[in-house]
Design a protein around this ligand. Structure first.
Ligand SMILES: NC(=O)c1ccc[n+]([C@@H]2O[C@H](COP(=O)([O-])OP(=O)(O)OC[C@H]3O[C@@H](n4cnc5c(N)ncnc54)[C@H](O)[C@@H]3O)[C@@H](O)[C@H]2O)c1
Length: 267
């Protein structure tokens, strides 16, 4: 496939759904070969199938980002199947809502293991392959919850804040290898994650899932919920040559939420 990423190879973790799915499809549309990894085989295979049907190159592989032992095999699969590794989109993540006072240590640790340990492993095992490719771009999926506090989502916020500084540290450490690393900070994006948030320990469960459309209409200055494609567009930029002098930075895509509150009065 022609396109600005022709000949390049990407891994997208958590690529079976939502933002990861949009990233995988967008990078493939621009010519990259994409290894989609996830723990949802049905949806992951469907994403790879849709990419192939549209004329792109993709393959799905089961992988839990917490599983360190399997990481070399995942990177190896990308190199064996597609010849190299240029981009790592460390996107897999979950959100567990719970007040701090009643949050179990198990929920805290599960949140850290997927959102932070998994991202660390994504970086660690990409480095040798990207060096072999002569450089690369690592994109870490953080959140606006990684830029400021989030009541009821403290554990999530802690992981996303960790991801933000992990990106900066990786950026300066890996610059010598021509490997760039940036973080992306989505606001309120309409994906299945909102329906999965009540996954905290029994007793911390909400009765109704959060509706991202309702939330967005109350707090987003651009007065609409974000789409997964809005985030994939930013990820494409961070993978492309257009961002080749950008590393260690935060790309905030939030409809203006972190710029300030909605105006009280129209002027
Ligand atoms: N949707 C939003 O409003 C929003 C806002 C800010 C940040 N984010 C971040 O964007 C990323 C993607 O979220 P999304 O909204 O697309 O959610 P999603 O639930 O639609 O997709 C997440 C994917 O990650 C996969 N996953 C979960 N645990 C995994 C594991 N252990 N190993 C491998 N894959 C795993 C899931 O199976 C799923 O396919 C997450 O890191 C999330 O925190 C989302």
């Amino acid at each position: 496939m022609s396109g600005q990423l022709a000949g390049k190879v990407a891994i997208v973790t958590g690529g079976a759904s939502g933002i990861g799915e949009a990233c995988a499809e967008t990078l493939a549309r621009e010519g990259a070969s994409v290894l989609v990894t996830d723990i949802d085989d049905g949806m992951g295979n469907a994403v790879a199938g849709r990419i192939a049907k549209a004329g792109g190159k993709a393959h799905y592989l089961y992988h839990d980002v917490r599983d360190e032992v399997s990481w070399p095999g995942v990177i190896g699969e990308a190199e064996k199947r597609f010849g190299r590794l240029d981009f790592m989109v460390a996107n897999a993540g979950i959100g567990i809502a719970s007040p701090l006072e009643t949050m179990s240590l198990a929920d805290w640790q599960r949140q850290q293991a997927i959102n932070l340990d998994g991202v660390f492993l994504s970086i660690k095992y990409s480095i040798p392959a990207m060096r072999r490719a002569g450089g690369g771009s690592i994109v870490l999926m953080s959140s606006i919850a990684g830029l400021r506090g989030s009541p009821g989502l403290a554990a999530y916020s802690a992981t996303k804040g960790g991801v933000r500084l992990l990106a900066k540290s990786a950026a300066v450490e890996l610059a010598v290898d021509r490997i760039r690393c940036n973080s992306v900070h989505p606001g309120i994006i309409a994906t299945p994650i909102w329906g999965k948030i009540p996954t905290g320990a029994e007793g911390n469960r909400r009765n109704a899932p959060i509706d991202p459309n309702e939330l967005a209409s109350a707090v987003v200055p651009l007065v609409r919920v974000g789409e997964a494609q809005d985030i994939a567009n930013g990820v494409l930029f961070l993978c492309s040559e257009a961002s080749n002098y950008m590393t260690g930075q935060e790309l905030v895509i939030d409809g203006g939420i972190t710029a300030g509150r909605r105006p009280f009065l129209r002027t």
